[in-house]
Each structure stands twice: as structure tokens, then as C-alpha cells.
Design a protein around this ligand. Sequence first.
Ligand code: NAD
Length: 315
Amino acid sequence: MSTCLVTGGAGFLGSHLCDELLSRGHRVICVDNFETGSLANIEHIRSDAFINLTLDIIEPYFVEEPIDYVYHLASPASPIDYLRLPLHTLKVGSYGTHHTLGLAKKHRARFLTASTSEVYGDPQVHPQPESYWGHVNPIGPRGVYDEAKRYAEALTMAYHRQQGVDTAIVRIFNTYGPRMRPHDGRAIPTFLRQALQDRPITVFGDGSQTRSFCYVDDLIRGIIALAESGHHDPVNVGNPNEFTLLELAQTVLEVTGSRSEIIFEALPTDDPQVRQPDISLAREILRWEPTIDLREGLERTIELSGPDALVDATR
Ligand code: NAD
């Protein structure tokens, strides 16, 4: 049994990670300030092996209890959040990552930071392997998120190289599943909410831009496999099956049996035209690959969320 600290543990991915670590018999310390997460994501947990600490990692913090693994997931993640919280996003990627790496160093814990496919920016290489250094617009509205994550990667490698901290970097590609907020602005919760209410499905641009969607259970398995490996360089974790946004909208219509029509809206600034992970490295070093396809993942999301949670305007 290990003790795992999860920053952002009350968020979408963090809460699923807490569930899985507990189910594998580990102790879990969840750290969150509930900026974009929710108590509702963790209130089902009834375990003596779970501790919830409400704190803001932008300020220095310390935990007395010995820690074996630090999973650093805290950060606004949805465009709607980081466009609303640009300075907070930069601070959590910089100060928050410093404080969390410092904690891992004091405890001699293995540290894993949640990075993102957005570090690749404009995907001039397709699909994106870890060796692609990216093409990011630092001063566009999305720059606060992309550059915070690039800084967090640089900081993580500096703590590893200079301070000897045992670190890992996971580059997460679009992930979906239960506990996404219906109004967080990302494609899958938006389309599901609209379809379940028979309202028009709003596709940006002409819908020909592509994304690759990973079901949350697959992603969490990949993150834990990377944390438990000895690997230090970044590793892509995501589902390489690529769909256009229009194909996604049509699949949502089929799975929900909705009568919604599809309508088209303006593309957001710096929205990438394609996004697909090259997961050769994860396959090779972690023996990991996703197993849940889009249709099955959407069905599980609806079944496990219950239709009310997917349309709840207060979440
Ligand atoms: P989320 O917004 O649901 O979770 C983030 C959590 O961090 C929230 O619970 C929030 O309250 C917490 N948090 C934010 N600032 C904090 C602070 N200063 N102190 C303490 N807690 C703080 O987002 P998510 O989708 O679960 O994403 C989790 C991580 O995975 C993020 O780092 C994100 O960048 C990364 N990621 C997610 C995706 C995806 O598809 N969901 C894709 C790429 C990367």
C-alpha cells in the first residue's frame, strides 16, 4: 500500500484517479481549492484511507504524513475556465507546480505532472509524437494555459535534473466521461447536454476539424502505469482514434436517440484543425493502450452520470 497525494483531486480527472487509487488499496490525500472542481465529485467516497485537504496550492503548503506518490493535476483545464482565470492558470502552473514539486522532493516521492496535448499548439506534425516540440502562440488567449503547462514541464525536468526528484510527465489528450460539467464548454458534455434536451447541437467551424477522445477509465489506467514506471520524459496518453467534430455530433445523436438538429458557429481563436496522439511510446514502455471506443464511452457516460447530471444548469 502506498500513500498518494492528488492535487486537483476534486476535479473531473482527479476524482476518478482518487477512486481508482483507493480501489487498488492505496491511501489518498486529495488537495483542492474547489475553483473548478466540486465536493459532489468526492462526496461518495466513504473510506478511512481518504483525506480531503481544502487548500490553494498557489500558496506554499506542506503535508506531514509520508507520501510515496504525488499526482499533480490541479489546474483549470477547460477553455471556459482558463479564459476566465488567466492569471490563476499561470500561477497554478508556476507557483503551484513549484510548491508541489518541493513537497515531492521533501518526501522523496515519485512526482507526476498532468500536462496536455496543448503543449504542441498548432499540430504541424500529425499525429503528434513526444518528439514534436510544438508551435504555440504565447500571446493568444489560450497562451495562458499552453505556456503554463510548458513552464510546468520545464520546471519538472529542472527538479529532476538538478534536484534529483523522481519525476514523470503525462501529456493528456481530450478525455471525457462522467463528472464533466455540462457547461464546461468542451465538445462532449456540450453535445450530450444539447442532445438530451433536443436543442440544436452547436458545432464550431464546418465541423471538419478532428479530435481524438479517450474515455476516462482508459486514461486513469495510463496515468497510474506511468507513475508506477521509472520513466522521466513526457509520454502521450490518449485515444488515437480520430473523429471530425461532425462525426462526433452524429454519434452523440445516435447514442442519445435525440431529434436535435446540427448548427454551425464561428471557430474559436487558435483552435487546432487536427489533434491526434501518437501513442507508440506508451504502448512500448507501459504496455498501455485504450480499450473503450467512442460509442461505448458515450453510453457509459450517460448511464453512469444519469441524464439529470448531464443537463444540470447548476453544475
Ligand atoms: P478540472 O477543472 O475538473 O480539475 C482541476 C482541479 O484542480 C479542480 O478540482 C480545481 O478546483 C483544482 N484546482 C485548480 N486550481 C487549484 C489551486 N490553485 N489549488 C488547488 N486546487 C486547484 O479539470 P480536469 O479536466 O480534471 O483536468 C485535470 C488536469 O488534467 C489538469 O491539469 C488539466 O490541464 C489536465 N488535462 C485534462 C484534459 C482533459 O481532457 N480533461 C486534457 C489535457 C490535460
